[in-house]
Design a protein around this ligand. Structure first.
Ligand code: NAD
Length: 264
């Protein structure tokens, strides 16, 4: 079996990464940075987001596992003192794999040209470059509302505990194939009106955002930020691709939510 390891880059994570590399090679696993069967991320959720984007070209052949060197993460749930146990479990393949939904983002341009396609593990946000964001929102081909406000956040179920949660969005179990649209400070008065609640769309519904008076937007894809100019539309839907996580022990999603936000 071939593995790759990514580290957050701090001293603690780098040392742990080196130890894991050594142990895994002792178990006859091969380090392969191009075509790994398993990717181990050492650091935090941000490190796993980075690892996902680094290896997204082979999602159907790679499983991810996260070790945290700071606080418990949603994707990084193994502790540094468990790594011997984890290495033995990895070496003893086959392991169980769970799949989580991803978000597909397609940006089309007014000048035509090739649309840009992105894949997000947590979420994608849209904000104007200056002033209020004004967007016509279409759901499943029908005009739904004209949004005015700071921005919009479209998240995956596993990303629903991240930025989406801070915006008052619901936490969605990752076994539900859906995306969620949450508002950022919408303008609501006698003239302008938005629904005001987060919306959850199933996998056969598409959300299309069409600019009303601006052309340029700041779009985030997880931790990445891209300036998109001359935008005609931004299309969001549940991706056909999924991320695969290697599971070596049960750690139910709702326990993870409780341990992260309430008490452990
Ligand atoms: P970061 O290091 O500032 O991470 C922000 C925090 O989000 C970390 O504590 C991390 O553990 C947590 N996090 C990431 N994914 C999570 C998830 N799926 N569930 C629960 N917590 C999660 O920034 P980064 O490493 O560049 O990560 C980018 C992420 O930060 C974005 O995908 C976004 O979700 C999040 N973010 C959150 C807010 C907010 O809550 N107000 C604002 C901006 C970005």
């Amino acid at each position: 079996m071939k593995f790759a390891i990514t580290s957050k880059g701090d001293d603690k994570s780098n040392k742990l990464m080196q130890r894991m590399k050594m142990y895994l090679q002792d178990f006859e696993l091969t380090l392969d940075e191009e075509r790994p069967d398993i990717v181990i991320s050492v650091g935090g959720d941000g490190t796993l987001l980075y690892a996902f984007h680094r290896f997204k070209y082979r999602l159907d052949q790679t499983a991810f596992v996260g070790v945290h060197t700071g606080h418990l993460g949603f994707y990084a749930d193994w502790t540094p003192d468990e790594i011997e146990k984890l290495v033995i479990a990895i070496a003893k393949t086959p392991y169980q794999v769970v799949e989580y939904p991803l978000l597909e983002v397609i940006v089309r341009y007014k000048h035509g040209g090739v649309p840009s396609k992105f894949l997000a593990l947590n979420e994608s946000t849209v904000k104007g470059v200056e002033g209020t964001l004004v967007m016509d929102i279409e759901i499943k081909g029908q005009q739904f509302e004209t949004f005015r406000g700071d921005g919009l956040c479209v998240s995956t179920p596993s990303g629903s505990t991240a930025y989406n949660k801070a915006l008052g969005g619901a936490i969605i179990h990752p076994s539900i194939n859906a995306i969620q649209i949450a508002e950022m400070a919408s303008i609501n008065n006698r003239v302008f009106r938005t629904v005001g609640s987060p919306l959850i769309l199933p996998d056969h519904h598409t959300c299309m955002m069409k600019p009303v008076n601006q052309n340029d937007f700041i779009i985030t894809i997880d931790h990445l930020q891209v300036l998109q100019r001359d935008v005609k539309s931004i299309q969001y839907r549940v991706s056909d691709e999924k991320i695969r996580f290697a599971r070596f022990r049960p750690f139910p999603f709702w326990k993870r939510v409780r341990d992260s936000f309430i008490a452990d």
